[in-house]
Design a binder for this molecule. Structure first.
Ligand code: HEC
Length: 144
């Protein structure tokens, strides 16, 4: 009788032990997923959505919601990324400082109508005035 009780007890403890092992293993693999998510290459992670990747049509892509950034990346970066034809370079403080001091109105006027090698509207013909201002602001805010 004692033996039966003992082996039942052992059985129960054994089962509990095994079950807790399963749970430990499960949470371990969840942690691993989180770590993998955190060390994902930049660009694959949408920071605005709190670091969660956004799936669109099966592709993990960052979502650009800033209209200024959208316009910049589509139209302006062609010249302003590397300083083509003397364009003030994106992120270059010394390129932008004298231009920023002209004031936003002048910058906008030049961007809208064109200025020396800078084409009118920076080739973005479907940009509204507001879009153009946002694109300039985007460039400026990353260059001072
Ligand atoms: C084809 C090349 C090209 C593209 C595309 C282009 N730019 Fe430029 N941009 C230039 C050049 C070159 C200058 C410098 C002109 C100068 O001062 O000689 C310039 C200058 C500027 C300036 C400074 C003007 C000033 O008063 O000093 C602003 C602001 C500007 N661009 C905004 C934009 C925006 C916004 C876009 C996109 C919508 C854009 N550019 C697209 C070539 C380009």
């Amino acid at each position: 009788m004692k033996r039966l009780l003992l082996s039942t007890l052992f059985g129960i403890f054994g089962a509990i032990f095994l079950i807790s092992f399963c749970f430990a293993d499960l949470s371990g693999s969840l942690d691993e997923q989180h770590i993998l998510l955190r060390i994902k290459p930049e660009g694959e992670v949408n920071v605005e959505a709190g670091g969660q990747p956004v799936k669109s049509a099966g592709v993990t892509k960052p979502v650009v919601t800033d209209i200024g950034q959208q316009r910049y990346e589509k139209y302006c970066h062609i010249c302003h990324e590397g300083g083509l034809a003397g364009a003030p370079k994106f992120g270059d403080k010394s390129d932008w400082a004298p231009r920023i001091s002209e004031g936003m109105d002048t910058l906008f006027e030049h961007a809208l109508k064109g200025y020396k090698a800078m084409p009118p509207k920076g080739t973005c013909m479907d940009c509204s005035d507001e879009d153009l201002k946002k694109a300039i602001e985007y460039m400026i805010s990353h260059s001072k």
